[in-house]
Design a protein around this ligand. Structure first.
Ligand code: FAD
Length: 401
């Protein structure tokens, strides 16, 4: 027989959005249960960026000092390389925040930190290795979820279910929330290469006709993202690994001496880039936030920031209604109203870059010069504060109540 228990807010997914929402609600005295399908937070690379806005939240929570004691790397600038020339395109040092940098930290360290802080709240519960398979719905009202763990099936009843289960959200699909797909001209191949002593320090993107390489320092290795035209992996495979190594060596000559670390196609993981959003983030008893509400393009590396900002707004707007009972549709609509605009504006900018820059670079051939905006940014350092603001703070930064 299926086991049953009740909570106040059942949060599906222990990613940045779910964990942040869980800890904030529990701090506000609301019983919050996070169900995470994985047994731990150790997973494939999914972005290591802790944005200045998130660091500001850490400060507001009184956790910043402890958080920054964890191993991390501070990126104060971002760079782009075109035709072998380096252009500085973002400067975080002038942001009106305590931390004028993006902290690069493995996402599992960030999530472990949130889990540890949350564990101090008696109202918080984290159930790992618990996969949600369906919602419990009667008429038009969602009253809980069905899940599976090592002991079998269970049913969780809740005043509110939050879908924080990412871009392939089971909850949004089962709840029938309609997804609008915005498309993307690229996919990303992720792999690792060792770091060397004379390597550059700051994260950078290298652009050449036909390909883009993103390099993110992670301890003793580079996390590399090779951006390719959507659907072109088969052609790349047909051309063979030597051709892939040659393309990467052209984009970042300093890694040429270690390209034999890409031994087989198994060393290379494909990220199928999808950009989408829900038209309506909620239905009675259920709300989607983070990637489940709006899967972002990888451009700018802002998905984690938006997910966390959604969680902060949701906690602020829903703690009161949850304390009183069940949030109304109007309460849930208030969260969408607050966070839809930042997600839409950011996606619109990402789509612009996808169409104007990425598509042209990937379809190009011959010498590739830096586009005018990149040259302007490099020439006018004060202008570098604008992309830093968009990436580091986002469009509508949230604060702890
Ligand atoms: C390769 C890669 C690189 C990225 N790089 C960056 C970057 O540099 N900067 C950046 O800001 N963003 C980056 N992103 C995007 C970023 O990871 C997401 O935008 C962000 O993690 C969204 O947070 P979330 O909490 O909404 O969803 P997720 O992080 O996807 O978390 C969802 C959680 O739900 C769990 N889950 C899923 N289904 C179920 C279920 N049925 N039951 C229970 N649990 C479930 C998952 O295991 C996961 O833990 C990257 C993404 C990828 C894939």
């Amino acid at each position: 027989m299926a086991r049953t228990f009740d909570t106040t807010c059942c949060i599906v997914g222990g990613g940045p959005a779910g964990m942040m929402l869980g800890v904030l609600l529990a701090r506000a005295g609301i019983k919050a249960t996070v169900l995470e399908k994985h047994a731990d937070f150790l997973r494939d690379f999914r972005g290591d960026t802790i944005h200045p806005s998130t660091l500001e939240l850490m400060h507001e929570l009184g956790w910043l000092e402890d958080f920054l004691a964890l191993p991390h790397y501070k990126a104060r600038h971002l760079h782009a390389r075109f035709g072998g020339r380096d252009y500085r395109v973002a400067d975080f040092t002038h942001l009106p925040t305590r931390c004028g940098y993006v902290a690069f930290m493995p996402q599992w360290d960030f999530l472990d930190f949130l889990a540890e802080r949350a564990a101090a709240c008696p109202q918080f519960e984290l159930r790992m290795a618990t996969e949600v398979t369906d919602i419990v719905a009667a008429d038009r009202h969602v009253s809980g979820v069905r899940a599976r763990d090592a002991d079998g099936e269970l049913t969780v009843g809740a005043s509110l279910v939050v879908a924080a289960d990412g871009r392939s959200s089971t909850v949004r699909e089962r709840a029938g929330l309609e997804v609008t797909r915005l498309g993307a001209p690229m996919d990303v191949l992720w792999f690792r290469l060792p770091r060397g002593e004379g390597d550059p320090q700051e994260p950078a993107g290298s652009f050449a006709a036909g390909g883009i390489l993103i390099l993110i320092a992670r301890g003793d290795y580079w996390q590399c993202g090779y951006v390719i035209a959507k659907g072109s992996l088969d052609a790349l495979r047909d051309a063979g690994l030597p051709a892939l190594r040659e393309a990467i060596g052209t984009l970042a000559p300093f890694v040429r001496d270690r390209l034999d670390h890409i031994r087989a196609w198994d060393d290379v993981k494909l990220l199928n880039v999808a950009v989408d959003r829900l038209e309506r983030w909620f239905r009675h008893g259920v709300l989607a936030i983070g990637d489940a509400a709006h899967a972002m393009s990888p451009i700018g590396g802002v998905g984690i920031n938006l997910a966390i900002q959604d969680a902060v707004a949701a906690a602020r707007l829903l703690a009161g209604p949850l304390a009183r009972g069940m949030p109304s549709d109007d309460d849930l609509a208030a969260v969408q109203r607050r966070r839809q605009w930042p997600a839409r504006v950011t996606q619109r900018l990402q789509l612009l870059v996808q169409e104007r820059v990425i598509r042209a670079v990937l379809a190009g051939s011959g010498e590739l010069g830096a586009p005018l905006p990149v040259r302007l940014l490099a020439r006018l350092p004060w202008l570098q504060r604008l992309p830093a603001r968009l990436i580091g703070l986002g469009v509508r930064p949230e604060h702890i109540a």
